[in-house]
Design a protein around this ligand. Structure first.
Ligand SMILES: Cc1cc2nc3c(=O)[nH]c(=O)nc-3n(C[C@H](O)[C@H](O)[C@H](O)COP(=O)(O)OP(=O)(O)OC[C@H]3O[C@@H](n4cnc5c(N)ncnc54)[C@H](O)[C@@H]3O)c2cc1C
Length: 462
């Protein structure tokens, strides 16, 4: 059993398949391969969370997880040969790198008379399955979600009974954890189940409204567990029921499935805008753009809602969804920085960093991806704060310099009586003019027909 994004024992179809193929008297070797190609974009938070999840998995099988470091094509094949396996069982990977890697491993195994068996996936409905009546992939979320729901999913299954885990195989020690200053959630399957139960008991009933209140912190926080498969979406969808809040939660899980489906059909969209016409948008680079990017990354733009989000990212390696949209919009449409740069920053810092959800979350906000709403939707960092954090609970939690600012001014501290708070910067740009600039660039790019000739307004590029 080669574990990858399914670091759990319960409801793991690939593991059930490995156990069934071993039979009553056979053994199953549990393997994980630390692959530098996959670890590269992850910063200390995601690496530390992965290592903790692996440790928890190892403990749950009595210390018999064989960890190998290196290229899976040689490492996994080696473990399988050492144990005399007939087959190597995996959950199918639909990411651009993972799918190609699996084909290579499959060929290398076949050369030695072994088979790669794919059972299940990290999704309730495997990417590529939901299609229109004509057999085409969906390009828009709404119809995808309806078809996804109509297809449905299996009930979650228990962990296999009585697996005899192979012992005494050569493995590498788990590397030491990188120093990580962010406060991370508990890792491993049991921690995931506890987090799910806590969410069920405390916040699910109010999720439809609570999910938009970052100060209330009322979402499930299950994203890192879904990322590594310490919980599977089936295990969440199974008991959801039919309330408004249950529907809202199901819909959010569906976004994750939609983006994985889009990336499966369009692997190029991990690195460039899905809509070719948007690739000619003029973006800023150079010293001023770098300085502005640094202010954004440090949470010092002078816009409290944006800064609170960016500081939550640094402190927790996680950010509330509303803030992800607001800070992404700010980077792309107020600072005119290319979305791929912001997406890479997120992939470094996020504990839940997931290629499909991240790149397409950014593209949704940047207006370059699947969303039919045009580029002209520009989030206003002040009114977003006033609407979703009216009394400033969230801002005060993450921006201590603003704690004494009265609620009426918390999202416009430069207007606070007695002047702006000491130690907090004035806004680095004027939102109204940058919004106009973003729209002008969009129009210039549209006029150019997306031919690569977009020139913006002719404003001096820093
Ligand atoms: C710019 C941007 C970047 C993002 N990057 C990531 C990322 O790298 N990894 C990631 O898991 N999510 C990403 N998201 C989606 C979303 O913000 C997070 O999944 C969510 O905030 C995680 O918190 P939660 O588990 O408490 O979510 P809940 O509200 O409890 O939702 C439950 C689950 O549904 C899924 N989900 C919820 N909202 C979305 C969404 N908009 N898109 C896709 N899946 C969703 C997640 O798996 C989440 O754990 C991004 C969104 C944006 C706008």
């Amino acid at each position: 059993m080669w574990f990858r994004r399914d670091l759990r024992l319960s409801d793991n179809p690939a593991l059930l398949s490995a156990a069934a193929s071993a039979g009553r008297d056979g053994v199953v070797a549990a393997a994980y391969c630390l692959d530098d190609r996959l670890l590269h974009p992850a910063g200390p938070a995601r690496r530390a969370f992965l290592l903790r999840s692996l440790r928890a998995l190892d403990e749950s099988i009595g210390g018999r997880l064989v960890v190998r470091r290196g290229d899976p094509e040689s490492q996994v094949v080696q473990v399988a040969s050492d144990v005399g396996a007939r087959s190597v069982h995996v959950s199918a990977d639909f990411g651009p790198y993972g799918a190609a890697r699996d084909e290579r491993v499959e060929r290398a195994l076949a050369d030695r008379g072994m088979e790669l068996v794919r059972t299940g996936s990290p999704y309730a409905v495997a990417p590529g399955t939901v299609r229109t009546a004509a057999g085409a992939p969906y390009k828009v979320f709404g119809p995808f979600a309806r078809a996804w729901r109509a297809l449905g999913w299996d009930r979650p299954q228990r962990a296999p009974q009585r697996v005899r885990w192979a012992e005494g195989l050569d493995g590498d020690a788990l590397p030491a954890e990188p120093t990580c200053s962010a406060a991370l959630p508990g890792a491993g399957e049991e921690a995931a189940k506890r987090a799910a139960r806590r969410f069920w008991d405390t916040h699910l009933d109010q999720y439809a409204t609570g999910r938009n209140d970052p100060g209330a912190d009322a979402t499930s926080r299950l994203s890192p567990h879904l990322r590594w498969g310490t919980i599977h979406p089936r295990q969440l969808l199974g008991g959801l029921g039919r309330s408004k809040s249950a529907d809202a939660f199901r819909t959010e899980l569906c976004w994750r499935e939609f983006y994985a489906d889009v990336l499966h059909h369009r692997p190029d969209s991990a690195r460039q805008s899905l809509q070719p016409a948007m690739r000619s948008m003029q973006v800023d680079s150079g010293r001023l753009a770098d300085e502005r990017f640094a202010a954004w990354a440090a949470g010092r733009t002078g816009y409290p809602f944006v800064d609170a989000g960016m500081r939550q990212l640094l402190a927790e390696a996680w950010m509330h969804n509303r803030l992800r949209m607001v800070v992404a919009s700010f980077l792309v449409k107020d600072l005119h920085v290319d979305w791929t740069r912001g997406a890479a920053h997120f992939m470094h810092h996020l504990v839940d960093g997931d290629l499909a959800s991240n790149q397409h979350g950014w593209q949704w906000t940047a207006g370059t991806g699947t969303d039919p709403a045009p580029y002209v939707r520009v989030f206003n960092p002040v009114t977003q704060g006033q609407r979703f954090d009216p009394d400033g609970t969230y801002v005060r939690r993450w921006v201590p310099e603003l704690r004494a600012v009265p609620p009426r001014h918390i999202h416009r501290p430069w207007e606070a009586p007695g002047g702006p708070p000491v130690g907090y910067p004035p806004p680095i740009v004027d939102h109204a003019s940058e919004r106009a600039e973003a729209l002008a660039r969009y129009e210039a790019s549209s006029r150019a027909g997306g031919s690569g000739a977009g020139r913006g307004t002719g404003r001096r590029s820093p």
